[in-house]
Every structure is written in structure tokens, then in C-alpha cells.
Design a protein around this ligand. Structure first.
Ligand SMILES: Nc1ncnc2c1ncn2[C@@H]1O[C@H](COP(=O)(O)OP(=O)(O)O)[C@@H](O)[C@H]1O
Ligand SMILES: O=P(O)(O)O[C@H]1O[C@H](CO)[C@@H](O[C@H]2O[C@H](CO)[C@@H](O)[C@H](O)[C@H]2O)[C@H](O)[C@H]1O
Length: 471
């Protein structure tokens, strides 16, 4: 059987059916308007049975205030994919009959070829005529495995993750793998891939083991030189049937159970990851310029939060005083950090302890900024805020008061654990830590105003408390 051909040419002028389908997808950012799409590149994979066309289209959407580049893998079949009805993008009548176009992460022909690209040395996606390149890389200790099944993780928003069930070549079950396919592409390395791979390759068990990645380059009109490069996908060990720390913490607070030991262990794990990151990536002493840039970003964030929630104006001068005091404090060295650290980014793995995920940095920040060395206190502050969120979530319930005490104890224990492993006396850094916590709460105000307006009072209350705390 030959490869069904909806030719690349026919898909160059992005068909309205594809645009309509994209608009419905969770990863499509501006669903209130119709996409205005241009195809800037395509990379292909080869189906091992040579029956399915596998093309990943890079589509530039210029309908919003800034152009966004989406990665859209499609599979082309001459007959329907069994069970694939919900993944059908459209059916096109071609010269030699119907061609069924699918959202490829749901097509086993695509998922197998994608994993093979990352794991098998001889497989290459190569360069396409429009200059798009995609190259697979495997991690230091990638397993020799065979795919038995794959499925798309439900509930995700900004990316699409594919879970692979696997067996070793001898037929014994192997640890499953999760492959995150980045839906929105930017010029530059993805910090999640870089940081997690480095930790995993160094043998850390505090992150899932890295399995492989796909990196690429493409013609990108948004970039001055016209050419961009970055990560397209990242595969790592999937740890099945585990809960994240947010759920564990929320349940513990609701039940009135102490979280002290677990919070202390989380502080220890956080400090260990920071120590390892300082060993693996460049570290430098804080210069006046570094301090100045961060304090300026604090102030920008405060201004932005004020636009989104004008009632914060009554706190503005108290907030600024905290930032002014931080500018005068002594700062620890700059190094790589997690960058968007909260309870939802940590898995509770029985027999292994806490495992940290998603080193992508704050989604509201530009990619290039997220790879810069930063201050570890930012992560500490992120987690302290997250304990406060647990109490904030229960504020309207019968457990309100107990939840506040729960959060207080958890925050203390987390700090104790962190200090014991890092040697950094966080309590002596209180002024600076308060500033980072306040900054995170200001970020959360913008995040909640845009995504979960019902939750905005959680960071707003925290800002008031932090800004007016006696010092
Ligand atoms: N290696 C993994 N093992 C188990 N679950 C995972 C793994 N990676 C991600 N997940 C699950 O997927 C969710 C989303 O992952 P995350 O890396 O935070 O993606 P995103 O940046 O798209 O939010 C996590 O909260 C977690 O529940
Ligand atoms: O997980 P993401 O990288 O998408 O992070 C974003 O979403 C988080 C919400 O899920 C948000 O975190 C905020 O809410 C958490 C509770 O749901 C809370 O634990 C965090 O402390 C709070 O910041 C995060 O800020 C945002 O970047």
C-alpha cells in the first residue's frame, strides 16, 4: 500500500477546516477569535509500515496582538483510523479518493515514530524543503523498549502529552514514558528540557528520569535573523497513579492532619535540587545590576497587578517599601532554579519521596528570561505561597482557622528542611524572602485575574498581610 498523499502543496494555504478545528483545541490560546494562519514550516516522520503520512505543521497565527507559532502534528490516512473519530480534523477528497486527516498525537503511527526519533540512533526526521529541521536525542540512560500502546493525557491546557505503555525487548513490562509535545514554539532552548535532563543525567532521583527530546530549527518571521531554533518535544519517565503535593496537602489540611514531616522533607528536596543545579549550571555573585534588574521587575509586576486589581492601590506604598528594603539587603548567588515552584509541581511517589516536575519557569514570562540564573529564594517563596493557597482554598469552609494553623506549621517546617540541607539561613534573609513572596503574590493576582477570578482574594489577602507585617 502506498502513502496516502494529501500533498504538502494542498496544505500550504491552511485550509479553513484546519483553522476551525484549531480554534476548538484547549492549547489554542485565543479561542475568542478565528486563527489567521500561515504555514511557516513542516517536518515529517516516516511511518514504519509506510501507510500513513506524518507531517508536523508549524502554523503562525497572526490573529492576536502578537504572532504565536503553533506546532500541529497531523496524520493522513486513506481509510479511517479505528477508534479515531474524535481526533479527526477533516476528510479531504483527493485525486485518488478520500484522505482522513487526524490530530496525530492520537494516531499510533505518529506516536511510535516520534518515540523512535528520540530513541533510535538511525532514525532522523531530517530537513524538509522549506528548511525545517527536527532531530531526536536520547538521554544518557534511555531504555531499549517497544511501544505496546499510547494515549493522550487528558485535561492539559498549554501542551499535549502522550503516555506510552512499553515493554523491554524481552517482553517484560517497562516503566511507561510521558512525552510532552510543545504546542507553542519560541526561539530558544526550553528550560524544562535543559534543566530536567541535566538533573536526570547527573543521577538525581528528585526528578523523573529524562528519556529523550526532539529539537528543531525553522524559518520564523518573528525572529530578526529570520531563523529560530528550540525544543519540539520532551520525553521522560511517567510515574503512574501518583498524586501531586497539592492534593496531598489539601487533603491533609481538610482532615486537620499535620503536614510537618512532609513539608520538612519537601524543604530538604528543594534544597538538594538547588545544590545540584548550582553544581551543574553557572553561578555568579549578585551584582548591583542583577539586584537592580530584579527589583525593577518586582516594581513592574506590582504596576501590572494594580492595573488588573485596582483595589490594591491602598497597599502600593507599603509594597514599594518592602522592595526598597530588599534592594539594600544582602543577596545570595544567582543560579538556575525551578522558576514556577508550587505544590502542583511536585509528585508524591511512594517509596521514593517528593519528585519535582515542570522546570519551564513562569508561563507569563518570556522564554529567554526563564533560562537566566536567578535567586533560589524565588522558589522558596513560591512554595511558601502555595501553603498559603491551601489555607486560602479552605477559607470559606468550617476548617478555615485550622487551615491557617496548618499552613503556618507547614511553612515553618518547609523552611527548617530547606535550611538544614542548604546551609542558607533563610530567617536571616527575611526581608528579601518577603520581597520574593510579595512578588509571587503579585504575579498570582495577574494570573488569577486572567484564569480564576474567584481565587483572586487569596493573593490579594496575602499582599496585604506581607506588605503591612511589622519588620
Ligand atoms: N513524569 C511524570 N509522571 C507522572 N505524571 C506526570 C509526569 N509529568 C507530568 N505529569 C502529570 O502531568 C501534569 C502536567 O505536567 P506539567 O509538566 O506540569 O505540564 P504543563 O507544563 O503542561 O502544565 C502534572 O501535574 C502531572 O500530574
Ligand atoms: O502549573 P503551571 O505552570 O500552569 O502554573 C500556573 O498555574 C498554577 C495554578 O495551577 C499557579 O499556581 C497558583 O495556584 C496554586 C494552586 O492551584 C498554588 O499552589 C500556587 O501557589 C499559586 O501560585 C501558578 O502560579 C501558575 O504559574
Amino acid at each position: 500500500m502506498s502513502v496516502p498523499t494529501v500533498s504538502l502543496d494542498r496544505y500550504t494555504d491552511v485550509r479553513p477546516e484546519l483553522a476551525d478545528w484549531m480554534r476548538e483545541q484547549r492549547w489554542y490560546a485565543s479561542s475568542e477569535q478565528s486563527p489567521a494562519l500561515t504555514r511557516v514550516g513542516v517536518w515529517t516522520l516516516t511511518d514504519h509500515k509506510h501507510q500513513v503520512g506524518l507531517e508536523t505543521h508549524l502554523l503562525l497565527d497572526e490573529s492576536g496582538p502578537a504572532p504565536v507559532l503553533y506546532q500541529v502534528p497531523l496524520s493522513f490516512r486513506s481509510s479511517p483510523l479505528l477508534g479515531g473519530e474524535r481526533a479527526l480534523v477533516e476528510r479531504v477528497e483527493g485525486p485518488s479518493g478520500s484522505v482522513y486527516v487526524y490530530d496525530a498525537p492520537h494516531d499510533p503511527a505518529f506516536t511510535r515514530a516520534l518515540l523512535a526519533l528520540m530513541l533510535d540512533d538511525e532514525v532522523t526526521a531530517g530537513e524538509s524543503p522549506d528548511g525545517t529541521e527536527a532531530t531526536g536525542h536520547h538521554a544518557l540512560t534511555s531504555p531499549e523498549i517497544r511501544v505496546t500502546d499510547s494515549r493522550v493525557l487528558r485535561g492539559e491546557q498549554s501542551n499535549t502529552s502522550i503516555i506510552f505503555d512499553l515493554v523491554h525487548l524481552n517482553g517484560k513490562p517497562a516503566q511507561p514514558v510521558i512525552c510532552k509535545l510543545f504546542r507553542v514554539l519560541s526561539d530558544g532552548q526550553n528550560p524544562d528540557v535543559v534543566v530536567q535532563s541535566a538533573l536526570s543525567d547527573a543521577g538525581s532521583r528528585l526528578v523523573p528520569r529524562a528519556v529523550g527530546s526532539v529539537s528543531g530549527s525553522w524559518n520564523d518571521p518573528r525572529v530578526e535573523a529570520g531563523r529560530a531554533s528550540g525544543h519540539l518535544a520532551f520525553a521522560q519517565e511517567f510515574i503512574p497513579e501518583v498524586e501531586d503535593a497539592w492534593r496531598v496537602a489539601l487533603r491533609s489540611a481538610e482532615a486537620g492532619e499535620s503536614f510537618e514531616q512532609l513539608a520538612k522533607a519537601l524543604g530538604e528536596a528543594t534544597a538538594q535540587v538547588h545544590t545540584e543545579l548550582a553544581r551543574l549550571f553557572p553561578v555568579h555573585e549578585a551584582s548591583d545590576a542583577d539586584r537592580g534588574a530584579i527589583v525593577a521587575s518586582f516594581r513592574d509586576r506590582a504596576a501590572q497587578a494594580l492595573v488588573e486589581v485596582p483595589s490594591l492601590a491602598s497597599q502600593a506604598s507599603a509594597v514599594d517599601e518592602v522592595f526598597a528594603a530588599a534592594a539594600e539587603a544582602s543577596w545570595p548567588a544567582f543560579q538556575r532554579i525551578h522558576g514556577d515552584y508550587h505544590l502542583g509541581q511536585v509528585l508524591a511517589v511512594p517509596g521514593r519521596g517528593w519528585v519535582l516536575l515542570d522546570f519551564e519557569g513562569e508561563p507569563l514570562r518570556p522564554l529567554a528570561e526563564r533560562s537566566e540564573p536567578d535567586v533560589t529564594l524565588r522558589d522558596v517563596a513560591g512554595m511558601l505561597r502555595s501553603f498559603d493557597y491551601v489555607a486560602g482554598t479552605l477559607a470559606q469552609s468550617d476548617h478555615a482557622e485550622a487551615a491557617r494553623a496548618w499552613a503556618h506549621e507547614a511553612r515553618d517546617a518547609f523552611i527548617d528542611g530547606y535550611v538544614s540541607r542548604s546551609g542558607l539561613d533563610l530567617r536571616a534573609q527575611r526581608v528579601l524572602l518577603d520581597a520574593f513572596e510579595l512578588d509571587k503574590a503579585l504575579y498570582e493576582v495577574s494570573y488569577e485575574a486572567r484564569n480564576r477570578p474567584d481565587w483572586v482574594s487569596i493573593p490579594v489577602n496575602a499582599i496585604e498581610r506581607l506588605a503591612t507585617r511589622p519588620r
